[in-house]
Each structure stands twice: as C-alpha cells, then as structure tokens.
Design a protein around this ligand. Structure first.
Ligand SMILES: Nc1ncnc2c1ncn2[C@@H]1O[C@H](COP(=O)(O)OP(=O)(O)O)[C@@H](O)[C@H]1O
Ligand SMILES: CC(=O)N[C@@H](CCC(=O)OP(=O)(O)O)C(=O)O
Length: 284
C-alpha cells in the first residue's frame, strides 16, 4: 500500500461527516464570470459541483458571465456602463445579455457537466417564469428586480437528480426580458428553496478590508458589520449587489453564505467537505 493511497483514503473518510450533514440539503453555487478564468479552473468548479451531486447534495448552479457580455457588447460597438455594480441595459443590450447568458454561457456549462458524466438541465429565469421580474430602476433600463421565484421547476429537476444550471435573465408578465445580476438571482433562488448554503464563487479571496490588498481578507462578518462597511465605503462597486443579496438571503431562510475564491483549485470542495473555511463567511 502506498502512502499516497492511505492519504487519499484518510481524506475521503474525513469528508464523511460533511457528506452526512449535507445529504439531501440544497446548496446554491453562484459562479461569476470573472472566476471562469481558464479551462482548468472551470473544470475544477464543474467537477466539484458534480461531486456534490453524486454524494446526494441537491446542487443548483446559477451563473453570471459579465466579461462575456462585455466582449459581446464591444463587438457590437456598444460601451459597458455600470451604476453601483449593475449594468445599464438598453433594448439592444438586453438582447445581447440574453444571447450570451442563456445561449452561450449556460449551454457551455451544461455541456461540461455532461462530459463529466452527470446530468444537467440548463434554463434561464424565463423558463416557466422561474424569475418573474420588474424594472428595478428606470435609470438602469432593462435591469430586473425579482418579484417572485417560481421554484417548482427546480424542485422537479432536483428530485430527479438533475443539476439545474440557471442563467440570470428574467421576464415580466408582458413578455419583456430583464437583465438580473447573477448574485441577486442566486440569492433569491437560495431563499426561495431555503438553501443550506449559498456559495458565491468569484475571483477575489472574499470580502476585503482594502479591495486592492488581497491579504486584507475579512474571514467572517455579520449583517450589522456589512452595514458599517458599506457606510465606510469599504464595500463598493460589484461588491454592493453581492453583499446586499447575501444579507437578504440570510434574512430569508438561507442558513449560511460564503464568498469563495474560484481561482483556488477545488475551493468549493474545501468549503463543503472540510472545516477549513477559506473566504468570507456571512452570518446573521
Ligand atoms: N471590499 C471589497 N472586497 C472585495 N472586492 C471588492 C470590495 N469592494 C469592491 N470590490 C470589487 O468587487 C468586485 C467583485 O464583484 P464582481 O466583479 O461583480 O464579481 P463577480 O463577477 O464574481 O460577480 C471585485 O473584483 C472588486 O473590484
Ligand atoms: C444587471 C447586471 O449587472 N447583470 C449582469 C448579469 C451577469 C452577471 O451578473 O455576471 P457576473 O456574475 O459574471 O458579474 C451583467 O449584465 O453583467
């Protein structure tokens, strides 16, 4: 018996209590476009999601694709404009957002899950009106605020052990599409399903005291701390919608939320199957 084999067996046996804890529980993974850095890291995330599914965790993958949208807009000679971390979305932009998120990014993630041997179904917030939306703010154009999550379709898929892969595009009753921030979509889905854990996978170590200093990680925060950090301006830009929807989720039935670094190989497995939390843990 090699030492390597013994070590592997030990690692697996140490994961057993976590497998038991999460068995049959719902975990929502939000995979941000900035963390889709290269093929190897994308495959690591997909591998971790598939492993959770294989050990009986009901995992839902909600994805973004901000950089892909930026590229598509550039090709269309349109500029990307953000207001407090949200993309200004005119009529032409929402068409492109829908194409990129629901068409390209969503299907590529579904294909990867299938090539790993698991079963996935890709959908957007338009399918079965999963994310019923309304205009969030006239100044932002077709950016959606979520009015209702129709989660039955997700429950049906989870019951059959499919991994639902959700693109963050919503619709209203008149049939308009809306661009929904992917963190917001993930948090609303996690709340609607009373998820055990919301894992926000990004390209930063977590919430930072100084956003330009990766060593300044804040390892855990309460909702009160978050409010103070916002007032102090520590939380800015894309971090605003991220923390707002995380605190919302915690106030609405989600047990735990964590921002983790998708650049670290298997950061999801480390978070779920060990007691070595790596990013920022959000607590009520
Ligand atoms: N306190 C903070 N800690 C970490 N990042 C911050 C903070 N304040 C602002 N940010 C910015 O928020 C960005 C993360 O949000 P975003 O780009 O929307 O991520 P994602 O694409 O993964 O959703 C970081 O790259 C950083 O520039
Ligand atoms: C309203 C709004 O800002 N929507 C986002 C949707 C995609 C997203 O959130 O992608 P990331 O997770 O990769 O940032 C956008 O248009 O970029």
């Amino acid at each position: 018996m090699t030492q390597h084999a013994v070590l592997k067996a030990q690692i697996l046996s140490e994961a057993v209590p976590y497998m038991q804890e999460y068995h049959d529980k719902i975990v929502v993974v939000k995979y941000g476009g900035n963390a889709m850095v290269n093929e190897v890291l994308i495959d690591n995330v997909i591998n971790d999601v598939c492993l959770m599914n294989l050990v009986g965790i009901h995992v839902i993958l909600v994805h973004g694709g901000g950089p892909e949208i930026n590229n598509a807009l550039k090709r269309a000679h349109k500029e990307s404009k953000f207001i407090n971390g949200l993309r200004y979305t005119d009529e032409e932009t929402i068409e492109i957002v829908q194409e990129v998120l629901a068409g390209k990014v969503n299907k590529n993630l579904v294909k990867r899950i299938h090539t790993h041997g698991n079963k996935a179904v890709g959908l957007s917030g338009i399918d079965n009106m999963l994310l019923k939306a309304k205009c969030a703010d006239k100044e932002l154009g077709y950016v959606g605020a979520i009015e209702e999550v129709n989660a039955e379709v997700l429950m049906d898929l989870l019951e059959k052990d499919y991994i639902p892969v959700v693109a963050s595009v919503g619709m209203d009753e008149e049939g308009h599409s809306y661009n929904i921030n992917a963190d917001t979509a993930a948090a609303a889905i996690a709340a609607a399903l009373n998820a055990e854990n919301l894992l926000v996978v990004s390209d930063i170590p977590g919430l930072l005291e100084d956003k330009d200093d990766e060593q300044s990680l804040i390892s855990s925060v309460t909702i009160d701390d978050v409010n103070t950090l916002k007032e102090k301006g520590v939380i800015a830009g894309g971090m605003i919608p991220k923390v707002d929807c995380i605190t919302n989720a915690l106030n609405n039935g989600v047990r735990k939320a964590v921002i983790i670094d998708g650049r670290i190989p298997h950061s999801i497995l480390i978070e779920i199957f060990s007691n070595e939390g790596s990013g920022t843990l959000f607590k009520e």
